[in-house]
Design a protein around this ligand. Structure first.
Ligand SMILES: Nc1ncnc2c1ncn2[C@@H]1O[C@H](COP(=O)(O)OP(=O)(O)O)[C@@H](O)[C@H]1O
Ligand SMILES: [Mg+2]
Length: 474
C-alpha cells in the first residue's frame, strides 16, 4: 500500500523528535479519534473544547499508526507504547505538514471564500474536476485555522486539482491560511451580511475576504462575482495584492465568465454561458439562480486551471444540492406527493433570498402551495432586526403562499409582513414543527431554512419521518 506520508517525510516536515519505532508511513492524517481510520497519524491538537492529548488512548484503540504530540504533554503520555513524533506545538506541526504537502504537489490549487456558497461551490468544483483528473478537496466546511492545514496535510502527492474552502469570522483570519494554501486561483463567491456581528459594514467584510488575494501565486488569478456591489473594492484589492489576472463571473456584461441565459427547470436549470469567449450550454443539476451563479465560478475556475471545458460543462448536470443546502425530497402525503427543500444548514440574508427565490421557482401540484418555513439568521449583531424585517419585501415579490416562522428574531418579519398575508409565528421550533406537519398536503412545495443553531433540521427530519419518500422521485 502506498503511504500518504512516510514517517521520514513527516519528521522532516515538522522538524520533530521521533520517539519509539516509527512505522514506514501513514495512510492519512486525523485530528479526531471518532473518524480516525486505522493506519492514520493522529495529531493531538487542542480545539475549543478538547485537547487531543486526552484522546491518545482512544487514537491508539482506533488504530492510529503514530501520534504527533507536544513536548509539554509528553510526560503525561510517557508510558504509552506508541510511536510518536514530539514537537513544540502540534497545530504548528500540522501547518508545517500542510506546507510540505503544498511544496511537493504539482496540482492546480484553487481557494474559495465568500459569505455564502463556499461549500456548495467547492463541492461543485470537486464534482466537475473529477471528470478530468484526480481531485483533492476540503472535507465538509473544514475552512478554519485547523481545517485548512488539515486539508493541506491530507493532500495526496499525485492529485491534479486541489480545492480549499477558506472561511473567517474576524479580520486577519484568512491571511495566514491563504499563505499556506498558495492558490493559483482565488475565488470570492459573494459578499453578504454573515457574521456581521463582528464587522461594522459590508465593505469591512469585503476587505477581510480580500485577504485571500494576498496568498495568490505569482502569475495567478482572482475570480470575483461581477454582480456583487463590492466587485470594485475586491478588484482593487486583488490588484493591490499583486494578483496578475483579475476576472469576473456573473450576469454583468463585463464579466469574462458570463451567464447569458438562465432557464429554471423543476429540478435543475439550463444555462448558456460565455467563458472567456467560448459559448457553452449546460444543464446544472441543482436548481436555483444562485446555483447557476456558482456554476459560472466553477466553469471559470476550471477554465483557468486548464481543464477541458466541454467535459466540465457536461459534468455540471451531475451536481446535487447538499444536505441542508437545497437538497430535495419528494414525500408522499395521502393524496399524492409534495416537495421538501432542505435549506436547514445555514442562513444569512444572501442565502435566505436565494432560497426564497428557489421556492418561488419550484413547481407546485394542483391545489399545492409554496410554504416557506423560516427561522432566525444568527450572528447579525445590531443589524439583525432590520435584516429580518427586510425579508418581507423579498417574499412579497414572489408567489409564496404561506410563511411559517419561529425564533425570537423572526418576530420582526412576522410583524413586517402585510396583515392579509398568511403568516404563522410560533416562538419555539417544536410548536412550529407541529403546525408544519399538520398543514402540508399533496402538491405543496415546502422550503425549510434557518441558521443551523436554530435547529430547523429537526423539522426536516420530522417531515421525512412522518411522510415516506416517494420512489422514482421525478
Ligand atoms: N451563490 C449563492 N448565493 C446565495 N446563496 C447561496 C449561494 N450558493 C449557495 N447558497 C446557499 O447558502 C447556504 C450556505 O451554503 P454553503 O455552500 O454551505 O455556504 P458556506 O460554505 O459559504 O457557508 C445554502 O443554503 C446554499 O443553498
Ligand atoms: Mg462552508
Amino acid at each position: 500500500m502506498s503511504h500518504l506520508w512516510t514517517s521520514e517525510a513527516l519528521v522532516a516536515a515538522m522538524d520533530g523528535r521521533p520517539v519509539g519505532r516509527l512505522p514506514e508511513g501513514v495512510s492519512g492524517i486525523s485530528i479526531d479519534t471518532r473518524t480516525l481510520r486505522p493506519g492514520e497519524a493522529f495529531f493531538a491538537i487542542r480545539g475549543d473544547k478538547f485537547d487531543g492529548h486526552d484522546f491518545a488512548t482512544a487514537a491508539m484503540a482506533a488504530g492510529a499508526e503514530l501520534l504527533v504530540v507536544s513536548e509539554a504533554r509528553l510526560p503525561s503520555l510517557g508510558r504509552m507504547a506508541m510511536p510518536m513524533i514530539v514537537v513544540p506545538d502540534v497545530l504548528a506541526a500540522l501547518e508545517q505538514t500542510g506546507a510540505a504537502a503544498r511544496a511537493r504537489t504539482r496540482a492546480k490549487v484553487i481557494a474559495v471564500t465568500g459569505s455564502a456558497g463556499k461549500t456548495t461551490t467547492k463541492e461543485a468544483m470537486r464534482h466537475v474536476l473529477s471528470s478530468v483528473g484526480k481531485v483533492h478537496a476540503s472535507d465538509k466546511s473544514f475552512n478554519n485555522h485547523w481545517g485548512v492545514p488539515l486539508t493541506l496535510a491530507r493532500m495526496p502527492e499525485d492529485c491534479d486539482y486541489a480545492i480549499f474552502e477558506i472561511g473567517m469570522n474576524h479580520p486577519g483570519e484568512i491571511r495566514p491560511l491563504v499563505k499556506l494554501v498558495r492558490p493559483h486561483i482565488a475565488v470570492v463567491t459573494l459578499i453578504a451580511a454573515a457574521h456581521l456581528g463582528h464587522f461594522k459594514s459590508l465593505d469591512e467584510i469585503a476587505r477581510a475576504k480580500a485577504e485571500i488575494f494576498e496568498g495568490v501565486e505569482p502569475g495567478g488569478h482572482a475570480l470575483i462575482n461581477r454582480d456583487d456591489p463590492r466587485f470594485k473594492l475586491l478588484d482593487k484589492a486583488a490588484r493591490a495584492a499583486g494578483v496578475a489576472h483579475v476576472w469576473g463571473f456573473g450576469e454583468n456584461n463585463r464579466a469574462q465568465f458570463r451567464l447569458m441565459k438562465y432557464k429554471p427547470q423543476p429540478d435543475s436549470s439550463a444555462i448558456a454561458a460565455r467563458i472567456d469567449g467560448q459559448d457553452i450550454c449546460a444543464k446544472v443539476g441543482a436548481p436555483g439562480r444562485h446555483m447557476a451563479q456558482n456554476a459560472l465560478a466553477v466553469l471559470g475556475a476550471a477554465h483557468l486551471a486548464g481543464a477541458d471545458l466541454a467535459k466540465v460543462a457536461l459534468a455540471l448536470s451531475g451536481i446535487e444540492a447538499e444536505r441542508g443546502r437545497g437538497r430535495r425530497h419528494t414525500l408522499v402525503a395521502s393524496a399524492g406527493t409534495f416537495t421538501l427543500i432542505d435549506e436547514s444548514y445555514n442562513a444569512n440574508p444572501a442565502s435566505m433570498k436565494a432560497a426564497i427565490e428557489l421556492l418561488d421557482a419550484t413547481p407546485v401540484g394542483p391545489g399545492g402551495r409554496r410554504i416557506a418555513v423560516l427561522g432566525d439568521m444568527l450572528e447579525l449583531g445590531s443589524h439583525s432586526a432590520r435584516l429580518h424585517g427586510a425579508l418581507a419585501e423579498i417574499i412579497a415579490q414572489t408567489n409564496t403562499d404561506m410563511v411559517f416562522l419561529a425564533g425570537p428574531e423572526m418576530k420582526t418579519l412576522a410583524e413586517a409582513l402585510p396583515v392579509d398575508f398568511h403568516a404563522e409565528y410560533r416562538p419555539g421550533v417544536e410548536e412550529l414543527q407541529a403546525l408544519v406537519l399538520k398543514t402540508v398536503r399533496a402538491g405543496d412545495a415546502v422550503m425549510v431554512k434557518s441558521s443551523n443553531g436554530i435547529g430547523f433540521s429537526r423539522i426536516v427530519d420530522a417531515l421525512a419521518k412522518a411522510f415516506p419518500a416517494a420512489r422514482n422521485a421525478a
